[in-house]
Ligand binder design. Structure first.
Ligand code: ATP
Ligand code: MG
Length: 402
């Protein structure tokens, strides 16, 4: 039930015609067997990188990681990574192999891969190559290390986070020995760069229901600033939030909430997040749910400070934090969407008058002008005045006289 993508199939055919063993491998085989559409097709082959480049022509090839055996080949406007079968030497830094050696047998290549569900290869001619029982683990919904788990996590501590990431993505359970080893070696995560940790956490937090996979024994080494007694609460809140890569900001906010705005900024800065991410998450952490929402006014006040997307994230977060008020926050979000669609006035820049109009009407320039505009905005968003020039100017004249 694996249907090779045409581009991948054409590249495999060309390698086979040239006499090299070659397969689709890893994520694309796993996803195909799960009935999901793979987002990219990685290939592996007995051909050496220079042989791959010769076969497909220098022009079609990008030498992505020649020393690791990877060549990226362009085909029909898409990119495919073709990696030579390889084994890895010793790992003295706990993260990267000291050396790699090219080997002729795909099984040796599969043995270096992290989990059984990621260690399968497929070609149309030979069918599935699955020496570690990946297909069975997929059917049972289990993530299990290839080989001796302790050794595999000792080699590369990033695999500890990959374990939880893949399990969360598919809602799988984790093999007992594999999980015990991951927890035992969690301190080895100090070998992993903060950039890779952040990337893995993003993927983990994007999963449908990541709560159960936020393991305190592991998280203690990923986010030492987090109070672990908050975690069981955080897990529930996070699972109640919308999933997906675009929603990860809100999930980060739910996780970092007890750190407050400053603590959140510091933690995300340590993980080398972009300023946009830091600002987005810390805004959500800082802004507290209104106590007595007069719907329209609250929506306008929020839209006066933030874009609609941030308001949507805030209402999602508040709903998860206070499920008993979910209807209220959903209505608040709907109101914000309606007001945005109507281009309702929520900011000084949306008033029917500007500073120049007020000066022409006799308001003195300077801080008083700003205060006058803000007073007008308050009248308009509370509905005491319509957003119409004549009425606003009449009110401003009173304001400047007093
Ligand atoms: P995704 O859909 O998230 O890209 P993937 O399975 O393709 O999933 P990648 O990170 O792209 O994951 O890696 C491709 C393959 O390389 C994996 O399926 C796995 O076989 C192998 N692999 C990647 N990283 C490691 C690692 N740190 N240790 C061992 N094998 C790894
Ligand atoms: Mg991949």
């Amino acid at each position: 039930n694996i249907v090779l993508e045409p581009g991948a199939s054409a590249l495999l055919d060309a390698l086979h015609r040239a006499g090299f063993a070659a397969y689709a491998v890893g994520g694309c085989v796993r996803d195909s067997l799960l009935g999901l559409a793979p987002h990219d097709w990685d290939l592996c082959t007995a051909a050496r990188p220079e042989q791959v480049m010769e076969l497909f022509g220098e022009k079609q090839c990008i030498p992505t990681g020649l020393q690791h055996g990877t060549v990226t080949v362009k085909r029909d406007g898409r990119l495919y990574e073709i990696t030579t079968f390889r084994t890895e030497g010793s790992y003295s830094d706990g993260r990267h192999p000291d050396s790699v050696a090219f080997v002729p047998d795909v099984r040796e290549d599969l043995a270096r891969r992290d989990f059984t569900i990621n260690a399968m290869a497929y070609s149309a001619e030979e069918g599935l190559c699955d020496p570690f029982g990946g297909q069975e683990d997929l059917a049972r919904g289990v993530v299990r290390a290839v080989g001796e788990p302790l050794r595999r996590f000792e080699e590369d501590a990033l695999r500890i986070l990959r374990l939880y990431r893949f399990a969360a993505r598919f809602g799988f359970v984790i093999d007992e020995a594999t999980e015990a080893a991951a927890k035992q070696l969690a301190a080895h995560l100090d070998c992993v760069s903060v950039e890779r940790i952040e990337e893995e956490m993003d993927k983990l937090l994007s999963a449908p229901k990541p709560g159960a996979y936020l393991e305190p024994e592991v998280l203690a080494f990923v986010l030492p600033e987090l109070p672990l007694d908050y975690l069981s609460e955080a897990r529930e809140i996070i699972d109640a939030l919308p999933a997906g890569a675009e929603e990860v900001t809100t999930r980060w906010a739910a996780l970092l909430l007890p750190l407050g705005e400053d603590g959140t900024r510091k933690a995300l800065k340590r993980l080398k997040c972009s300023n946009a991410v830091i600002d987005g998450v810390s805004t959500l952490v800082k802004e507290k749910a209104p106590c007595t929402p007069t719907l329209s006014l609250q929506a306008k006040r929020l839209l006066g400070k933030y874009g609609l997307h941030t308001v949507q994230q805030l209402t999602a977060l508040w709903s998860a934090l206070q499920p008993e008020r979910k209807d209220e926050f959903t209505a608040l979000q709907k109101e914000a969407e309606t007001l945005t669609a109507q281009n309702a006035c929520c900011r000084v820049s949306q008033l029917a008058v500007n500073g120049r109009d007020l000066m022409a009407a006799g308001v003195a320039p300077g801080p008083g002008l700003r205060r006058a505009l803000e007073a007008l905005l308050e009248e308009v968003i509370t509905g005491r005045l319509p957003n119409e020039k004549a009425e606003l100017l009449a009110f401003a004249a009173k304001f400047s006289a007093s």
